[in-house]
Design a protein around this ligand. Structure first.
Ligand code: HEM
Length: 184
């Protein structure tokens, strides 16, 4: 409990602090808000990919690093929720950004995952329910990132950020597929 709160608080401060400073120094007009929305989302994609590949990477490689990643996967998940919370707060501040249904569902799933990320959670809500919630949430977030980043990549394929993020996402999917095939 204590550790979850600490990770959430520290990451919110580490990401939200510079975002706030940037907006205070340079002004919070639409252009700067959109820049910060993109930056928080790109940061979230990187953290998400760690969560997404932690188990399959350990299955495939089994190295000490992959074992450490898997052992700490929960904290990467909490860090992801913290970064996305900064994204959400920015969205709520920008007046003309209506929360769309798909985004609202994904945010709800993410917070349900966050609130059930304690050792006692699987026993409380049932191990099967816990697994379903966390699997659906993981793929729901992934679809959200794939749609936004994939769409931007299709529009500007030579943009280094979208190219890099798309390649990383495809690599992550390949790692999961390879681990799935190995397990069979
Ligand atoms: C609740 C509704 C949401 C709204 C209204 C929203 C809105 C926005 C806006 C305005 C931007 C900046 C886009 C631009 O600069 O053109 C953005 C960026 C982004 N958002 Fe959200 N967002 C929402 C939820 C989500 C969710 C749930 C995810 C992921 C699961 C997500 C992932 C992204 C990504 C990856 C980007 C960067 C896209 C890019 O660089 O072009 N967003 N979002």
């Amino acid at each position: 409990m204590q550790q979850n709160l600490t990770v959430f608080g520290l990451v919110t401060l580490a990401v939200g602090g510079p975002v706030l400073a940037y907006l205070l120094l340079l002004g919070s007009d639409d252009e700067h808000m959109l820049e910060m929305l993109r930056l928080t989302a790109w940061t979230a994609v990187l953290v998400y990919l760690v969560v997404f590949v932690a188990r399959p990477l350990k299955q495939l490689v089994g190295s000490p690093v992959s074992r450490t990643l898997l052992r700490n996967r929960r904290y990467f998940g909490i860090a992801l929720a913290a970064v996305m919370t900064v994204h959400l707060v920015l969205l709520l501040i920008v007046n003309d950004q209506a929360l769309n249904l798909g985004g609202a569902v994904i945010f709800s799933l993410m917070y349900l995952m966050l609130f059930t990320s304690f050792n006692s959670s699987p026993a409380r809500i049932g191990p099967r329910n816990w697994r379903i919630l966390h699997r659906v949430g993981l793929y729901g977030l992934g679809l959200g990132y794939a749609q936004s980043i994939g769409g931007a990549f299709i529009e500007t394929p030579l943009d280094p950020v979208y190219l890099s993020l798309t390649l990383l996402m495809l690599t992550a999917v390949a790692i999961r597929v390879a681990a799935f095939l190995k397990a069979r």
